[in-house]
Design a protein around this ligand. Structure first.
Ligand SMILES: Nc1ncnc2c1ncn2[C@@H]1O[C@H](COP(=O)(O)OP(=O)(O)OP(=O)(O)O)[C@@H](O)[C@H]1O
Ligand SMILES: [Mg+2]
Length: 254
């Protein structure tokens, strides 16, 4: 069975425009799937619907056999420990150290008081160092995050997502602020998360070539609708033009 099933999902932020229309797709366990599409197509909104950062208006999202839209507060908290997030701007706490930021990923497992006191077990600390080592930033563990390069900060962001021991990692434009070298390092790490750790990755990307290089499957969104969903090898010029094409023409005629 698929880890994630999205069925007939519809989303509006206001009464006038539907940002997502009848979105249906599935992601299997251990798959690396990219979502591509022009700016404003609804990629970020789709990711936010999956972990219910925004409420769903129509249809449903099933994650690991649970109907995400039906979850109560406590169950939703549990869901979010199972879904890690990686963001374009890293979303780290700049004045805290790398290791503190990574351990933040364990908050979902703590009582409020444990969280306030910042109590972490030896095992959690060892796990954090293991991940920092894996991502190649162990030597920066005690530096403040704002002293790191963008690529290093993103690696800390990935460690924070992984320490949650998630089944799924959602990445919203993880390389949009990075240079090509740092982007490659990040994408290689994300790919190894799926191949080595078996964690499913769903990644929003602006770079079609990157999506082609790394994904098992690609979902193409245009104006809130899926216009392509298939294995990466099926994504050719025609499909890419269909996903982006008319947007480009519209821009040219303005
Ligand atoms: N919080 C919000 N309130 C109102 N409208 C929103 C909100 N977030 C997004 N939108 C609108 O929803 C549409 C889809 O936005 P979304 O951010 O999901 O697109 P995107 O594909 O991620 O774009 P980009 O590639 O620029 O990140 C846009 O028209 C946007 O203006
Ligand atoms: Mg976006």
């Amino acid at each position: 069975m698929s880890l994630l099933q999205v069925e007939g999902l519809g989303k509006s932020y206001d009464s006038e425009t539907k940002v997502l229309k009848d979105i249906s797709f599935e992601v299997g366990s251990g798959e690396f799937v990219s979502i591509i599409g022009p700016s404003g197509a609804g990629k970020s909104t789709l990711l936010r619907c999956i972990n219910r950062m925004v409420e769903i208006n129509e249809g449903k999202v099933m994650f690991d056999g649970q109907d995400v839209g039906e979850l109560k507060k406590r169950e939703l908290r549990k869901l979010r420990t199972n879904i890690g997030m990686v963001f374009q701007h890293y979303n780290l706490v700049p004045r805290l150290t790398v290791i503190e930021n990574v351990l933040h990923g364990r908050f979902g497992y703590k009582t409020t008081m444990q969280g306030i006191l910042g109590r972490f077990t030896e095992e959690e600390k060892e796990h954090a160092f293991f991940l920092l080592k894996k991502l190649g930033i162990e030597e920066h563990a005690y530096k403040r995050c704002d002293q790191l390069s963008g690529g290093q900060q993103q690696r800390a962001g990935i460690c924070r997502a992984l320490i949650q021991e998630p089944k799924l990692v959602l990445c919203d434009e993880p390389i949009a602020s990075l240079d090509p070298n740092s982007s490659k390092i990040i994408m290689d790490h994300l790919k190894s998360i799926t191949t080595e750790l078996g964690i499913t990755c769903l990644v929003n990307l602006h770079q079609v070539e990157v999506a082609q290089d790394y994904s098992d499957r690609v979902v193409g969104l245009r104006k809130g609708e899926i216009v392509f969903d298939g294995p990466t090898r099926m994504l050719h010029g025609d499909q890419i033009n269909n996903i982006y094409g008319s947007e480009v023409r519209e821009l040219i005629t303005v």
